[in-house]
Design a protein around this ligand. Structure first.
Ligand code: AP5
Ligand code: MG
Length: 211
């Protein structure tokens, strides 16, 4: 069983790396941000997007029951890669309860560390596609401007990648999520990765730890 958490500030590369690792080790990639964005148009999705667009966290109660449902899905029986959850101490405590009720445990927590100025550069030039692909105009551009390499769809900017929202996400990350580094360090589960290298270098380093 392989249950892995990717921790890190907004723009650190959690989504990029979780996707690569999921393909490599054949475990589902669970991104709570992606699940909430995919719920757009439903009552839950519209309620969540009010928080998301401001760069605030969606309430713990919503996230905890969402993750509990997702982890009960049979595709998670031999493990999963969590990206963007947990983000608060109550979410982490709930995850321990959820996993132990399923007779599972966390195997590894990877913290991707990137300095603030680089996070802002990355997010301001991020472009995404409905198919789930993510680009960065300088470091990881699409072959054809504005068009997804994988599906030919039109690329767009996420609603929460405005400068104001990014600043707020960083502030909230420091207050609510950064304490999880010490939380998992104390449980002997944390591995820190320097997220400043290339996407390929970082994925190689993560895989070396997972193996
Ligand atoms: P979420 O979607 O999780 O956003 P986030 O944490 O702010 O992180 P990002 O997705 O912006 O960044 P990332 O680390 O995935 O980086 P990426 O790989 O894209 O959450 C969004 C919102 O949903 C939250 O603000 C909150 O409102 C709500 N939410 C979600 N989960 C929640 C929870 N548990 N509790 C409460 N609320 C929750 O990379 C960024 C860019 O950099 C890309 O353009 C990429 O191509 C590029 N890049 C990646 N790696 C590199 C590299 N090594 N070098 C250069 N460029 C790189
Ligand atoms: Mg992401």
């Amino acid at each position: 069983m392989t249950n892995i958490i990717l921790l890190g500030p907004p723009g650190s590369g959690k989504g990029t790396q979780a996707k690569l690792l999921a393909e490599r080790i054949k475990r589902p990639h669970i991104s709570t941000g992606d699940i909430l964005r995919a719920a757009k148009g439903t009552e839950l999705g519209d309620h969540a997007s009010e928080y998301m667009n401001r760069g605030e966290l969606v309430p713990d109660s919503i996230l905890i029951s969402m993750v509990e449902d997702r982890l009960a899905n049979p595709d998670c029986a031999s493990g999963s890669i969590l990206d963007g959850y947990p983000r608060t101490i109550p979410q982490a405590d709930a995850l321990n309860r959820i996993l132990s009720s399923l007779d599972r445990r966390i195997d590894l927590v990877i913290n991707i560390d990137v300095p603030d100025d680089r996070l802002i550069t990355r997010l301001s030039a991020r472009r995404v596609c409905e198919c789930g692909a993510t680009y960065q105009l300088t470091f990881n551009p699409p072959k054809k401007e504005g068009i997804c390499d994988l599906c030919g769809g039109a690329l767009y900017q996420r609603d929460d990648d405005t400068e104001e929202s990014v600043q707020n996400r960083l502030r909230i990350y420091k207050r609510e999520t950064q304490p999880l580094i010490e939380y998992y360090e104390n449980q002997g589960l944390l591995t820190a990765i320097d997220g400043g290298g290339s996407i390929k270098e970082i994925s190689g380093e993560i895989y070396a730890h997972v193996k």
